[in-house]
Design a protein around this ligand. Structure first.
Ligand SMILES: NC(=O)c1ccc[n+]([C@@H]2O[C@H](COP(=O)([O-])OP(=O)(O)OC[C@H]3O[C@@H](n4cnc5c(N)ncnc54)[C@H](OP(=O)(O)O)[C@@H]3O)[C@@H](O)[C@H]2O)c1
Length: 339
């Protein structure tokens, strides 16, 4: 195989610096499966990695991209053969193992998910880590007995990748979804995704020192953390649960134990990258709308084109600063090659 294009992140003068380079397979981290990439995507973690805004890269240099979908070019593992359509999200991809921003991607076979029937390579990346995380958060809330009859569900970071997809999925499942956003201009977009109500961040006082406030939410999905998560803990109703998956607004959490011991509120951690393969495959089947997944269906968005826009590989690095500034909306798919 000749040289191919990759977006690799280097550490230079103590700073992270991403750029396009030519690589050969021998340059890539080891693995049994070589994938010809068709699509990748941009997640908040990718933007942190490429800009150095967050110290998420654990091994330099590293090809960025925590997601990829494509076709197997070669496999030294019997579970996969050339021509198989596959996807990979999470694990060490794009942070400690060369990731999805490359025409060829090499990964351990244990990380590879066969593309579910009924999901295209584009749709797999319109979902990507964001869609998988939304699905995992909803699944954790369902395990904690959340159902539409229990009350309203709040989604923070509503216009983000995970937020947008979570709103669409929850609305399809019949929930009354309240979207919390910092973008005053996004109300129509959020309603079109299925939000029943839109709450502007500026209109909410999150700085109360009271240990408990009026109970408003049966459940919540939080990608923001910090003050927002502390406020959620104070406003989730009796026996409700919060799925905490992100830190776009802060990493600290100042709370009292009262929501937990006086209202039975549950704080559920969500880590998509390390999700074990059996659950990973089931959730991807559910995302594809496959009833044989053995889980409830209803997560497959019916409008991928509305939820995701596509950028050519060459324009990838223009997306990162916008995402760090909180200016992106929905999902960004990166077209690497193919189709
Ligand atoms: N645990 C996991 O497995 C996992 C998986 C995926 C993502 N994550 C994390 O989840 C978060 C969201 O990821 P994403 O890929 O959906 O990112 P994203 O597309 O950039 O969405 C983040 C959203 O959060 C809101 N936001 C941004 N800055 C904020 C601030 N300073 N204060 C309050 N809200 C702010 C914005 O929405 P509004 O303007 O609408 O408020 C923004 O669109 C990130 O922290 C990411 O690292 C974790």
């Amino acid at each position: 195989m000749t040289a191919f294009r990759a977006y690799r992140i280097f550490e230079e003068n103590g700073k992270s610096q991403g750029r396009f380079v030519e690589l050969s397979l021998d340059d890539l981290a080891p693995g049994e499966v070589v994938i010809q990439a068709h699509y990748s995507s941009v997640n908040y973690k990718d933007a942190l990695a490429a800009t150095g805004a967050g110290k998420v890269i654990r091994r330099f240099p590293c090809v960025g991209g925590i997601d990829v979908s494509g076709v197997v070019a070669s496999s030294a593992d019997a579970r996969f053969k050339a021509g198989d359509a596959v996807l990979v999200t999470g694990y060490d991809m794009g942070v400690a193992h060369d990731g999805g921003y490359a025409e060829y991607v090499r990964v351990p076979a244990d990380w590879v998910v066969p593309l579910p029937v009924d999901l295209s390579l584009f749709e797999a990346m319109a979902l990507g880590t964001a869609g998988f995380t939304a699905a995992l958060a909803i699944y954790r809330l369902e395990q904690n007995e959340l159902s539409p009859d229990k009350g309203k569900v709040l989604v923070t970071g509503a216009t983000g990748g995970v937020g947008s997809l979570a709103i669409r999925m929850l609305a399809q499942l019949g929930y009354h979804v309240v979207a919390l956003t910092g973008k005053g201009s996004a109300q129509e977009y959020l309603k079109s995704l299925g939000a029943s109500e839109v709450l502007l961040r500026d209109s909410v006082d999150m700085n109360s020192s009271r240990p408990l406030e009026k109970a408003l939410w049966a459940g919540a999905l939080d990608g923001v953390g910090g003050n927002t998560l502390a406020w959620l803990a104070r406003t989730v109703q009796q026996d409700g649960a919060i799925a905490s998956y992100g830190n776009a607004g802060g990493v600290e959490l100042h709370t009292t134990v009262f929501p937990f011991i006086l209202r039975g509120v549950k704080l559920l951690g969500v880590d998509s990258a390390a999700t074990a393969m059996p659950l990973r495959k089931k959730l991807w089947q559910r995302l594809a709308g496959d009833p044989s997944a053995g889980l409830r269906t209803g997560l497959r968005p019916h409008d991928f084109e509305q939820l995701a826009h596509t950028v050519p590989f060459a324009e990838l690095d223009g997306v990162f600063p916008k995402m760090i500034a909180g200016e992106t909306q929905g999902r960004t798919v990166v077209k690497i090659a193919g189709e």
